[in-house]
Ligand binder design. Structure first.
Ligand SMILES: Cc1ncc(COP(=O)(O)OP(=O)(O)O)c(N)n1
Ligand SMILES: Cc1nc(C(=O)O)sc1CCOP(=O)(O)O
Ligand SMILES: [Mg+2]
Length: 210
């Protein structure tokens, strides 16, 4: 499975419904603090939207619901990973993305055999408070050397102007939340992201076709 260079995080199926049809090919549903029934409903709807538009859906945190609802990809942080039933995830054939913020977390992540590794925050982020200082671009190059061919996701404070820099330093995928979620026109901004990642998308498609 080739993962798109533009990775959008949304906090609702409604937001997925507005943005995925624009041409988003990789989206994460990240919902915090919701009861199980509503979460399940959101996951089902996001799954159906993504299936209809050829978009890979990644469920953040809620791996049990992801399995129950027939989703194929989850993203877990280090604490999520520590408390997850890894064999249940493997039995279900779920693909796995993992967060990393320092060397020790990278070791833990690589030992789990993920489908991608995320590094963040590259720049300061306003989405949530984190104990890590911004990693900076050089850290991306360091991570890429360590993980080789495995896709590397850069996250934290990204915007279209910063995307070329993260790719130039070795990231395969640029992941974004607030630059789109808080934009006055999220649809126009999503189109900008698709445009700024087009060249990489087209190159990947050519390589896959070979
Ligand atoms: C692509 C990507 N990278 C990192 C995260 C953060 O995951 P985590 O550390 O578990 O924090 P929460 O997002 O669950 O608050 C992510 N979700 N996606
Ligand atoms: C959810 C999340 N995880 C991060 C990490 O470093 O693991 S940074 C982050 C927030 C990314 O949001 P924005 O694009 O708005 O900065
Ligand atoms: Mg998490």
């Amino acid at each position: 499975m080739t993962l798109d260079p533009f990775y959008l995080i949304v906090d609702s199926a409604d937001q997925a419904a507005r943005l995925v049809p624009l041409g988003v090919r990789l989206v994460q549903l990240r919902i915090k603090d919701e009861n199980e029934a509503r979460l399940r409903g959101e996951i089902r709807r996001a799954r159906d939207i993504c299936e209809a538009h050829g978009c890979t859906l990644v469920i953040n945190d809620h791996w049990r619901l992801a399995i129950e609802e027939g989703c194929r990809f989850v993203h877990l942080g280090q604490e999520d990973l520590a408390s997850a039933d890894r064999s249940a995830i493997e039995r279900a054939g779920l693909r796995l993305g993992l967060s990393t913020h320092d060397e020790e977390e990278l070791e833990t992540a690589l030992a789990a055999g993920p489908d991608y590794v995320a590094l963040g925050p590259i720049w300061p982020t306003i989405l949530k408070t984190m104990p890590w200082a911004p990693q900076g671009l050089e850290r991306i190059a360091e991570w890429k050397k360590r993980i080789g061919d495995m896709p590397l996701v850069a996250i934290g404070g990204l915007n279209p102007a910063r995307a070329p820099g993260v790719f130039a330093h070795g990231a395969d995928i640029a992941c974004v939340v607030t630059d789109i979620a808080l934009n006055a026109d999220p649809q126009a901004r999503t189109r900008e992201w698709i445009a700024v990642t087009r060249e990489r998308r087209e190159r990947l498609a050519r390589e896959t076709a070979r």
